[in-house]
Design a protein around this ligand. Structure first.
Ligand code: ATP
Ligand code: MG
Length: 409
């Protein structure tokens, strides 16, 4: 195979913004596939085509392409001339030694000037496959589909279609801060925002000096995993234990969790201001635990100078867990850690705290001083995907963004 044919659907709907979206998708594909043997990336009407070197690593390419936000599906394909004999020969080559009993040929003709109809092409290529390989045609449930895309100057033939992440290319919808605990939910929440095109800065609160480093290590591992979807993740690690101990000393027991959260959103918003982010994102799901009742969500939101986005708010734990498995964060999330929310927390936290109660309980606290202290004690780590290797340094990709611009012009 010498090409990847990439299809996007949602992008195609956004007429006005399309060129910018496609340019970003081309750039993201180029960055994702760094080091795998890519020669060139071109944007053609309705699709992006990646030219591969002869020694490109197809398995690595498939696994990376599955995680590029904005890709609806992609196929590893062969290019040939838009000539029927070439299409037949290339189809047989694409099938190779793949075992199958039944098949269908599906031709799409984007070049309306091509002299044959799609059905003619299906029939002729199909007849050649039957003759050569003795397989049976099954148009409703074929074991193998031979896909032929005829464009004005070239044709692509493939026998696979791999589903992508869908959504929008990472980086085109603005910047947000994702509050990343070590749990199952918040990495999924961050992913769902990335899939909608947001760049997510990650913030993790840990219980140092009262707790060990396990939650920090988990957060770092999750940030690296999430970098697969947004190429670059920055993780802000905030030492929160000292601030928690001061909250604990000043407020009634059952209020602690909500007040921790109110401090967290204030600090996260202060970080957001430094890194130019417009909203916060949490993994909250309505009613999942005591701290996530509607009342408590409102009590927490009251302290936040920025809007809080909750992409999982209407999802069940089972749906969220399935998604965590699917995106590859589940195994890390279930590792044991010392979670700062458990620090000094009573067995029965308040499930319904009003805004007035929260504000009153906070009166003795010097909140600006806490925020300042937290910012001073924040450590920032950066994660990239693919993890840079020495050998990649000299690699050059033909001006990818330029070709996207050409087409959109
Ligand atoms: P998760 O599985 O994401 O930990 P959870 O079900 O444990 O969520 P909570 O502990 O109530 O729920 O946390 C709700 C949200 O608050 C989390 O999804 C996360 O966005 C944020 N959060 C909680 N703890 C932390 C933390 N230590 N650092 C950063 N964000 C946190
Ligand atoms: Mg949690």
């Amino acid at each position: 195979m010498n090409r990847i044919v990439v299809h996007y659907h949602e992008i195609a709907l956004k007429r006005g913004n399309r060129p910018a979206f496609i340019r970003r998708l081309v750039e993201n594909i180029g960055a994702t596939l760094r080091g795998t043997g890519v020669k060139r990336i071109r944007s053609l009407p309705g699709r992006i085509v990646v030219h591969l070197k002869a020694d490109s690593d197809h398995d690595v390419i498939r696994s990376r392409m599955r995680r590029v936000c904005g890709v609806a599906n992609f196929s590893m394909a062969y290019r040939c001339e838009p000539i029927i004999d070439d299409m037949i020969e290339t189809s047989l080559k694409a099938i190779g030694s793949t075992p199958f009993a039944s098949f269908a040929v599906r031709c799409k003709r984007s070049d309306k000037g091509f002299p044959m109809t799609s059905m003619d092409v299906d029939r002729m290529v199909g007849a050649a496959v039957v003759e050569k390989l003795g397989a049976r045609v099954d148009l409703t449930r074929p074991e193998l589909s031979v896909r032929i895309e005829i464009l004005p100057r070239e044709t692509f033939v493939s026998v696979e279609k791999v589903a992508g992440v869908g959504g929008l290319p990472s980086g085109i919808s603005g910047r947000v801060v994702g509050l990343l605990s070590g749990g199952i939910d918040s990495p999924v929440a961050a992913y769902r925002m990335m899939r909608r095109g947001a760049q997510v800065e990650l913030v993790h609160f840990h219980g140092a000096p009262y707790q060990d480093h396990t939650s920090r290590e988990k957060a770092a591992e999750l940030a690296q995993l999430l970098a697969h979807y947004q190429l670059r993740s920055r993780l802000h690690l905030v030492a929160f234990g000292e601030i928690q101990s001061r909250i604990v000393a000043a407020v009634p027991r059952p209020y602690r969790v909500v007040l921790y959260r109110r401090m967290m959103v204030r600090i996260a918003a202060a970080i957001a201001a430094q890194v130019d982010c417009a909203a916060l994102v949490t993994g909250e799901s309505l009613g999942q635990v005591a701290s996530q009742t509607l009342e408590n969500m409102i009590a927490v939101e009251d302290a936040s100078p920025l809007p809080i986005l909750r992409p999982l708010v209407g999802m069940d734990k089972i749906e969220i867990t399935d998604q965590a498995r699917h995106i590859g964060t589940f195994e890390t999330s279930i590792q044991p850690d010392q979670d700062c929310c458990q620090l000094f927390v009573p067995e029965h936290p308040a499930t319904r705290m009003t805004v007035a109660e929260a504000r009153a309980a906070e009166e003795p606290l010097d909140i600006p001083a806490f925020i300042e202290q937290a910012l001073r004690e924040t450590e920032v780590k950066e994660f990239r995907f693919p993890v840079a290797e020495e050998s990649d340094a000299g690699e050059e990709l033909e001006a990818t963004a330029a070709s996207a611009r050409d087409w959109s012009a």
